[in-house]
Design a binder for this molecule. Structure first.
Ligand SMILES: NC(=O)c1ccc[n+]([C@@H]2O[C@H](COP(=O)([O-])OP(=O)(O)OC[C@H]3O[C@@H](n4cnc5c(N)ncnc54)[C@H](O)[C@@H]3O)[C@@H](O)[C@H]2O)c1
Length: 306
């Protein structure tokens, strides 16, 4: 199993590290345009192999896509991150050009690749990857919901004063502060609805804190976060590489599911060796449907800018 990660920055390096530590891939190639940067990150990570006990071979490349040839999975993290006060949508001008050329080069060298798009605004970049490559829809996956759901679980555990392993929850919709739809109605603590433990006000606070999860970190760090994004990507890569058939909310091209079409937005999907093996349509309440519809309108407006 060969995995390429484009972008050796904060998220790309973190993602490569988690993939390597989980030790399910034979090879990880990191590629960046900054001269020597990916090679340096790869060498540094390889020097953790004996310490962390993994055998994954990590190599770096400066813009040489021939080194990525034959990749089974490729992750696109190249592009600029937001600074405090910025929205993800404001990154579109620069990132659209980067994602366009990176997606085309990846597919040219690995025609059977499954793409995972991370660069923001992620739903629109995933849509753009479809338009540029024409790959079948099961082979292009946008990562946002897996991260947003991890942030939701963090906030739920905090409110419930419970260990994170005791809570479950999912965020669907667009990967933006306004567009996220944390499904508080379906959140549970060990299969008991979270609403049995928390007041409506407290649950609403969890929802609001989740939606600004990325912005909160950007303010603290001065740039966007990388550990949880990297871990979330590695979870998707592992589910595909190991044919796990796990459900994650991912940004995928919809064709009538949830009453939506011709856009990529976060909905639950089963991930396995073929990438997106199934789009799972869950019964949403009328309020949740309205929020998803509103979120889709926001994503479509951003898609109109490419
Ligand atoms: N989808 C999500 O949940 C999520 C989460 C966090 C960050 N992000 C996004 O991921 C992207 C990367 O964030 P980061 O913090 O790692 O940024 P970063 O600046 O640390 O790294 C980006 C890297 O991309 C490289 N790059 C730029 N153009 C390139 C090209 N054409 N080819 C190859 N490499 C190129 C840069 O040299 C840099 O090393 C941003 O757009 C950010 O908004 C998405």
């Amino acid at each position: 199993m060969k995995v390429t990660v484009v972008g050796a920055g904060a998220v790309g390096a973190s993602c490569a590290e988690y993939i390597a530590i989980k030790d399910f891939a034979s090879e990880v190639v990191i590629l960046d345009i900054k001269e020597g940067f990916a090679e340096g990150k790869a060498m540094d990570l390889m020097q953790t192999a004996s310490l962390n006990g993994f055998d994954t071979k990590i190599t770096g490349s400066t813009s040489d896509y021939s080194k990525t040839a034959g990749s089974d999975i490729a992750v696109i993290t190249s592009g600029i991150p937001r600074k405090p006060g910025m929205t993800r949508e404001e990154l579109i001008g620069i990132n659209a050009g980067i994602v366009k050329s990176v997606a085309a080069s990846l597919v040219e060298h690995s025609p059977n690749v499954i793409l995972i798009v991370v660069s923001n605004p992620m739903d629109t970049m995933t849509y753009l990857a479809h338009k540029v490559t024409g790959l079948p829809k099961n082979r292009i996956i946008g990562m946002g919901g897996a991260l947003d759901s991890a942030r939701f679980k963090y906030r739920l555990a905090e409110a419930l004063e419970a260990p994170i392993s005791d809570v479950d929850g999912m965020v669907i919709g667009g990967h933006s502060d306004k567009g996220m739809v944390p499904l508080t109605r379906l959140a549970t603590r060990n299969s008991v609805p979270a609403s049995e433990f928390l007041s409506e006000d407290r649950l609403n606070q969890v929802l609001e804190d989740t939606k600004v999860g990325g912005a909160t970190l950007t303010k603290l760090l001065g740039t966007s976060a990388w550990y949880a994004p990297g871990a979330a990507v590695s979870g998707l890569v592992q589910a595909i590489a190991c044919d796990q058939k796990k459900i994650f909310p991912c940004s995928v091209m919809l064709d009538g599911e949830y009453g939506l079409s011709d856009l990529c937005i976060g909905v639950p999907v089963v991930l396995g060796r073929n990438g997106i093996e199934k789009i799972v349509e869950i019964n949403l309440s009328d309020a949740e449907k309205a929020k998803l519809q509103e979120s889709a309108e926001g994503v479509k407006a951003t898609n109109g800018l490419i």
